[in-house]
Design a protein around this ligand. Sequence first.
Ligand SMILES: [Mg+2]
Length: 133
Amino acid sequence: MPEWPELERFQSEFRDFVAERDWDQFHTPKNLAMALVGEVGELLEQFQWLTAEQSAELSPEQLEEVAHEIADVQIYLAALADRLGISIGPAVARKMALNAEKYPPEKVRGSAAKYTAYQAPTASTGKTDPEST
Ligand SMILES: [Mg+2]
């Protein structure tokens, strides 16, 4: 049974979309990663120059544009994972577990600081040790 059936259906549909156009030759992991970042840029462009308040109160037309860019980001992210044989669901679960270790609520509640900001420096280098949490 698929771990994330809807996503896997999109990945399969995208594989067919690409194959029908003979675009697989262009879809190397490097190119898919670059396309993903390009689409993230297009998503950011939707918010460029807006105030924080304006960004939280988008018009229906703006929301539809944002939805299109979110879809583009998701398509390339799913395609990259598919191309590399990475199952996104389990990868997300593993990373969330790591994040929970890095950011224990009793240490970080109410703070937006990166985990390295509250770790003790290591004795040998004086730098924070990301593995020490
Ligand atoms: Mg786009």
